[in-house]
Structure formats: C-alpha cells, structure tokens
Ligand binder design. Sequence first.
Ligand code: PCA
Length: 326
Amino acid sequence: MKFVPNRAAILIASLLTLGTAGSAFAETQWHMPTPYGDANLPTQIANQFAEEVKSNTAGELVIVVHSGASLIKHPEIPRAVKTGQVQLGEVFIGIMGNTHPVFKHDNIPFLATTYDSAEKLWSAAKPEVEKQLKKEGMMLLYTVAWPAQSLYTKVPVNTLADISGLKMRAYSPSTSRLADLMNTSPTTVQVPEIPQAFSTGIIDAMVTSPSTGVNGQAWDYLSHYTDIRAWIPKNVVVVNNRSFKRLDKKTQQVILDAAANAEAKGWAGVRTKAQEDTQTLADKGIIVSEPSEELIAELNKIGATMIEEWKAEAPEVEAILKTFNQ
Ligand code: PCA
C-alpha cells in the first residue's frame, strides 16, 4: 500500500522544516514607515533599499516598509524613530522646520532651483542636519530629492495678483510662510487628501512637484501648471541610533552601503522623473507654461525675504549659506 500522508502530517512536516530554517539564524525585523504611496520614487527606492539589505544579510535583517503613512502618520514619523517605536523611517525634511531652522534649508524658494545646485545645497546643509538629528537620537541614512516645485492653479497666472486671496496648500512651516507672502491663505493638506481638498474647495492652488500632481491626477480638478521650479525638497531616511548600534559591524556596513546606493539612485532618478511627469501633466490636458518675467521677479523678491528671515533664525543657517555660496 502506498503511504499517503494526511494534511495534518504535511502541515507538521512543513512547520518542522520552517523551524529548522528559522533556527539556522536569528532573523531581525525592522519596521520602516514612509509617508508617500507606492507609486512615488522615494517609496520605490525604500523598497529597493530594504531588498538590498535583506539579500546582503542573507535574510538576517528584514526591513518591512509601511508606505503611504499606513503605520505612522507623516508628522509623527520623526518622533516614532526618535523614541525607538520603529527602528527607521522616512520623512519630508521640510516638515521638521519647526524642530530646528537647519531643516528649513529644504523649502526656501529660489535658493537652489537646479538639481546640481540642490545637491550643492544638500552638501552644505548635511553636516548641520546630521548634528541636529544626532541630538534627537537619530542617524541619517539617505535622502531622495523630489522634482522641482511648481505652481498648480485653476486659473492662468501671469502675476501674483491673479491668485491673491486664494487658499494655497502648505506642507511645511516654510510653505505656510510662502503662502502668506504670496497674499494667499495657507492650508495644510497631506498628499492623499489633495484631490478631495481641491474638489471641496478647501484649497485652490498648490506648489508641489509634477510627480505629486501626476499621482493625484491633478487634471481632474485643476487646469494650469506654471513651471516656476522654486525649490527642490527632499525626504530623508533616518535610523534610531540605539537600534543601529545594536547591530554587528558587518550588518551596519550592509545598511550603509545600501543607503549610499539609494542616495545615488534618488539623485539620478529625479531628473528623468521630473521631465516624464511634466510631460504627463501636459498630455492629460493641463496647460503647462513657463512663468512670466514679472511673476519670477515677484517670487524672487519673496525668496530673498525668506532667506533673510531664515538667516536670522540661527547661526547654523549662516554657516550653511556660507558653504553653499562658496
Ligand atoms: N511632493 C510632496 C513633497 C514634495 C513633493 O513634491 C508633497 O507635495 O507633499
């Protein structure tokens, strides 16, 4: 008679196999909340980073990416990493602007408007950002830049007078200030709520990347994209210092190498992404135009005001600007 194992026997056998595999090494699981959804370049890079760490530690360190603020709400991610509630996480730098002025380097209009100058600004700001993160018990792993931030409206914009009094989306302390200086009223809205905020009239305008416009299908609720390319903000991925130190040296190095790869991929990818997504906006029927000279002059003036205000906030800011302007 042929021996036919019953289902329970198969189940037990497979559990035993799993048990053996599991005991061959101790798998550590880390949780990584991220603010944006899976269609975003930063989330794709986070997934590749986690994959690389898993494969280069032979599965000993598994980073579980929780995208789209599904585990922790975006504004609470820095605190979750700081307190060790999670081991690492991704956050938009500008959102930490009220924690210390060095984080504001990320959202200052017309300070660095090309990808090359944004990289230069980042090298100038990085040591100060790392210092502040360290005080908060965190270490910087890598950054991912967003495409340059431009103006989305329901009306053509030739000068600021065309949007005066409108409700403008803000996503950080600096963008609230910018909205004030543009004579618009700032309203904080997180990315997933953008479409609804437009259709219910909570906001009339926003400044963000072509990518965020594409992800939120901006053509459904607005008509004009004025390509002011005002600043190039970034996300950072940070790790809790104690969690990192508990790892052996080899695993630490795997993480640092994967982080360096992620950083390089981000800066390389963002340039193409910016072009592709701007094209998609146009293809979907949004009127994409270059800003008028008048508009640029008005915005540059606001940028200069914001740089002055920012400079007065902390001596570290002077240091960043000095290095950046060298
Ligand atoms: N998208 C994110 C951050 C910057 C960007 O391009 C947002 O709009 O909140």
